[in-house]
Design a protein around this ligand. Structure first.
Ligand code: HEC
Length: 309
């Protein structure tokens, strides 16, 4: 009867290492519970997991490497062409003052290309006493063009913001350093033709492309007051649709921004629905909105149109 009293364990623990596959039976329930919990968590959060939180704003894909410079327009008064052919001492004196303020830091107080900032520059600023090796040249027209356009890829920027008369004064001072080519009447006539010295010109103000793009975007995107719009939607007579909006709009602001930007312009319900179904979260809606019958989405469209416009 010894058999009756002896205790037979259901599992022979000592044998387990010999037969490890039996271990699986022990851990399986724990894993099953763990996976179930993770699964429930995932399903609960599926909407926000697929929610695309890139803001609904157009970004500018246009990368501009050479922007328009900002400048204030104005009227350039007519210039007496005599200051080109026969500069007087006054004009040259003005030129000297302007040169010291604007140019001497690089070109040196005596125009020898040895200003304080010159050391850091490659190529070095032009030494105006030298007659060889100029990039644009030494005629009056060349000098004027250099000030108008600068020398690309060097420290020599364009000085087109200095009024034409002052530029001419600087050039006349510069031309006193050494002998420069004489200015013929023909050359003066040509300059006058190109730059309208004797007529004077009105120049328009410029803003940079970036500023212009912003301005256009601001004008196009007449700010919609989110709270007012949502209030309007909530006051809509069709409470079902209001309910739909509140339960399917994942990000109300996004819905309204995208909606007012894209759909109001077309005012085309079919287009709206096609795009919405193609990509609910990009439009701020929960993915499950695709399950709604089309008529309901059309009603939603109509409520949105009313609220936004
Ligand atoms: C930041 C430094 C800097 C300043 C300020 C500057 N320049 Fe220059 N400039 C240079 C450099 C560098 C060159 C040489 C460009 C080259 O080698 O083509 C140069 C070249 C020139 C040339 C010769 C272009 C040629 O054909 O070789 C003229 C003319 C000139 N500058 C006039 C002026 C005048 C006038 C001013 C003031 C209104 C001025 N620069 C201010 C740096 C400067």
């Amino acid at each position: 009867m010894a058999d009756k009293n002896s205790f037979e364990p259901e599992i022979e623990f000592k044998d387990l290492p010999k037969n490890p596959s039996r271990l699986f039976g022990w851990v399986f329930p724990y894993y099953a519970v763990l996976f179930l919990v993770m699964g429930i968590y995932f399903v609960k959060h599926m909407n926000s997991a697929s929610f695309n939180n890139v803001p609904a704003i157009y970004t500018d894909s246009l990368i501009v490497s050479a922007d328009v410079e900002m400048k204030k327009g104005g009227i350039m008064p007519a210039i007496d062409l005599g200051i080109i052919s026969n500069p007087n001492a006054d004009l040259i004196g003005q030129g000297k003052t302007l040169f010291q303020t604007n140019c001497s830091s690089c070109h040196g107080t005596e125009g020898k290309g040895d200003g304080v900032a010159a050391a850091a520059l490659t190529p070095k600023p032009r030494n105006f006493h030298e007659t060889e090796g100029w990039t644009n040249g030494r005629t009056f027209t060349d000098l004027y063009n250099t000030l108008e356009k600068g020398v690309p890829n060097t420290g020599m920027i364009a000085y087109e913001f200095i009024p034409a008369k002052d530029r001419i004064a600087i050039i006349q001072y510069l031309r006193t350093f050494t002998d420069f080519p004489k200015v013929s009447d023909q050359e003066i006539a040509k300059l006058d033709e190109n730059f309208s010295f004797s007529k004077g010109v009105a120049t328009a103000s410029n803003i940079t492309l970036e500023m212009a793009t912003k301005k256009i975007a601001e004008e196009a995107n007449t700010k919609l007051d989110l709270n007012v719009v949502i209030e309007k939607i909530n006051q809509s007579n069709d409470k079902n649709i209001v309910g739909l909006f509140n339960s399917y709009a994942l990000d109300k602001e996004k819905v309204l921004v995208v909606f007012s930007r894209d759909y109001l312009k077309t005012n085309n319900a079919d287009l709206f629905i096609d795009r919405l179904i193609a990509s609910p979260s990009a439009n701020g809606f929960k993915p499950s909105i695709v399950e709604l019958p089309r008529e309901q989405i059309i009603q939603l469209f109509n409520v949105l149109v009313k609220a936004v416009s």
